[in-house]
Design a protein around this ligand. Sequence first.
Ligand SMILES: [Zn+2]
Length: 230
Amino acid sequence: MLDERLMISHVLTRRTTRFIFALKAALAPTKPRVGALTQEEMFSYKQKKLRLLCEEFGYDPSLVILSDAPYSFNYLNQNFTSEGQAYPDGRIEIYFDPDMTDARMACCLAHELQHQKYFLVRTAYQAESIHGPLHQRFAPFTSETLASLGGVSDYSREHWQAWQGRSLPVLFSDELADGQCEPINETLAEIAKAEYNWGSIAWIDSIWRQLYLAINNEYRRLTLQKRAPL
Ligand SMILES: [Zn+2]
């Protein structure tokens, strides 16, 4: 019966095969059998794990997908592979890597979720007047201050080094459009990853920590506001 199913799956379209993977995922055990998983079984297991992590983080799992497309991009003639991607509309893609441990996937999700928090606060910031409360709240975090501190990890430091803008990166600006990379946004995402990984960010400079906490507080306030009945 199993062999027959395997033979059939070989001639099915990719789409149908994916449906079978999804079906297997629904039936899969919560823990993989050590050393005995096929690529498809591992994909299903990671899908399930990702859904559970979303619930743990309190983020809508329908917005987070595990993609089996390898994501790599060329930058300054070097080929980089990305582990995940956050989109300003709330969607997150995590790129499947069979060697990615559950812990690394959780760190990756923590990083991408921080981008979502940043995007939401940025939208509210950009929507208000320059005398609005968010402008006042974030005024102390000037470009000069943040640039003098730089990144908090190799990855975020690379973003500060790769900055192509004519002036320093500005908080809540479109860094990608201005400088081909996102030093501020990526540094904050790396702080979230560090916090998840180590359980503490006491070693990070206090200005970065203050900015990180201020964004997370505003994010909480804005999401509660959104859920409140009209
Ligand atoms: Zn990032």
